[in-house]
Structures are given as C-alpha cells and as structure tokens.
Design a protein around this ligand. Structure first.
Ligand code: GLU
Length: 311
C-alpha cells in the first residue's frame, strides 16, 4: 500500500525536504518535552485544539503528516465563480469550496494557523479521481458529487452542500424550459462530470459538446456554438452572475448533487476527521459565514447543512 509519505515523495522534490524539516522539528520538540505528550490528544477522529491552539494527532495519520510537513495540497476548481475561482488580479482562489478547504486545514494547523499552508491546484472534473489516486492532492473540494461509481476509486467526507443540475441559456431564449427541451439542441457540459452522464440519460437526443471546464461552455454559449449549458445550478449561477445580462438560469433543477470532499479511498481516519470537522463548523457558525461571504452574495440564503454520511 502506498502511504501519503510515499506519494508526497513522488509529488515533487521540495516536498521531501519539507517532510525532513517537519520530522526534524518534531524530533526537537519531542527532545524538549521528554516523554510527555504535547497537549491534549483528541484521538484519530478528533480535532480539538491542544493548549497553544495546535491540535495533535496520532503519529502516522494523514492529519499528523500534513501538520508536520506544514502544507496541505487541495484540488479545487479555478474557473467557477462563487465556489472556486482563481482571481486574475490577486492570483488567489476564492469561493465556498475554498473556504471549506481553509476551515478543514484550520482543524489540522489550528485556528488562524492555516494561512500560507494550503496549496490549491486546479482539478477539472475529469481528473479529480486520478489526482487523489495518484496522491497529487490530499483532498478535493471541487463541486464534487458523491456517488457509488466514484466511491470505487476515492473516499468522500460530507456531504457539505446539495446542488441540483440545471440549465443556462441566453437571456432572450424562450424555447428551452427544462431538460426535455434539450433533445435536438446543442448542449455543452464538462467531461467527467455527473452533468454529462445525466444529460446523456435524460436528453439522449441532445447534440453534446464537452470541454474540460465550464467557463469554455459559457464562451460557446456566448458566441452561439451551443444553445444551452447544463451542470449544477450553483456553478451556472456564478457564470450567469459573471456575464452581466447575457445569460439566464432556468431555475428548474432536475437532479440532486450532494457535494463531498474527496480523499484517498482507504484513508478512513482522514475521512472521519473531515466529517468531524464539518460538524464542528456547522455548529460554530463558520459554515454559514463561509457561505455568506462567497456564494451567498448571489444565492438566496445559506443552506441548512446536510447531515454527513459516515459510511
Ligand atoms: N457536481 C457534478 C460533478 O461532480 C458537476 C459539477 C462538476 O463537474 O464539478 O460531476
């Protein structure tokens, strides 16, 4: 079995150095304190902050390894306003998924200590599973629907949000009112998404165009190469909002898309830690704050957080 350490070593040369530095620091810390444990140990699934605000985790867990390395690698989207968007002016990624990732990282590094310790990498829909399987990322927070097919390859904490697939058309379009109307129309969605699978089963006569990312579908709709774009309502809402008056969302969702946090399939401890952490941020109000400062600026109101599924 490949451990997170093995994967990080293949990830890039700098990671190995970071790991050694982390271990060296840890060795120094242990030397100072003799055999005493450092602060409260919350157990494998726990995330309570120890004295000094830094949680402690059992040796060998993904949480401990991320903490020792001082870096967490997170896969997210870079072109989806409201959930995951790389701001071209600041080069920072912004959105609800990004905030959720930061809150999970704070559960590892301690409140206020995650700054500068998260590396966000772009994971378009079709590469999310392989990014996790190959150990390129520690977790994926990327409008990622939990389903049984994906569970064959990856694990999912959550859900932390439930979206629904919907349709975006030009603002003046009057003939597309729902999924059935997509038969015979040119429709765009992303490769490797549940949106594509649903489109193919629910409107089998649609003429489908796919790209790696949804922003390319929005461009195709804008210049008339396609008649409609279909994916999750919250993704489309961000694209509608970013395009001024050009597009509209039908607001007629026809699926349920529970968003999960993707982790390595066998890493039950890490998955349960994230589930615990989600429950903490539901309780503390940080979940609602994260929503209101991002998607909530355009979407109606913060959702009632869904119950996590500890399968
Ligand atoms: N939530 C759907 C999925 O995970 C569509 C959105 C996306 O592609 O990120 O496939």
């Amino acid at each position: 079995m490949t451990t997170r350490k093995d994967m990080l070593m293949t990830r890039k040369p700098g990671a190995l150095l970071g790991l050694f530095l982390g271990l060296a620091l840890l060795a120094t810390a242990c030397g100072d304190s003799g055999t005493s444990t450092q602060g409260a140990s919350p157990g494998a699934g726990g995330s309570e902050a120890a004295a000094g605000g830094v949680p402690s985790f059992p040796e060998g867990t993904t949480m401990a390894e991320i903490q020792q390395e001082g870096k967490m690698v997170v896969g997210t989207k870079f072109d989806q306003p409201l959930f995951g968007l790389k701001n071209p002016r600041t080069d920072e990624v912004e959105g609800f998924d990004v905030e959720i990732a930061k809150l999970i990282a704070e559960g590892i590094f301690g409140a206020g200590n995650a700054e500068g310790k998260i590396e966000f990498v772009e994971t378009p829909s079709a590469i999310r599973e392989s990014a996790l399987v190959d150990g390129k990322v520690d977790m994926v927070v990327a409008t990622y629907t939990i389903n049984d097919e994906r569970k064959q390859q990856v694990g999912f904490a959550g859900p932390y949000y439930v979206a629904g697939q919907d349709i975006m058309v030009k603002a003046d379009n009057t003939d597309i009112k729902g999924i059935d109307d997509l038969n015979g129309k040119k429709v765009c969605t992303a490769e490797g998404s549940t949106s594509l699978e649903n489109l193919e089963t629910m409107a089998p006569e649609a003429e489908v165009t796919t790209f790696d990312v949804y922003s390319k579908c929005a461009a195709a709709l804008s210049d008339g190469r396609v008649d409609a774009v279909t994916t999750d309502n919250v993704i489309l809402l961000g694209l509608v909002d970013a395009a001024g008056d050009e597009f509209k969302l039908l607001e007629n969702p026809f699926t349920e898309e529970p968003y999960g946090i993707g982790v390595a399939k066998e890493d039950t401890e890490f998955r349960m830690f994230i589930n615990d952490r989600l429950e903490e941020i539901y309780e503390s109000g940080e979940y609602v704050e994260a929503f209101e400062s991002t998607a909530g600026k355009v979407a109606e109101q913060a959702p009632e957080p869904p119950a996590v599924d500890r399968y």
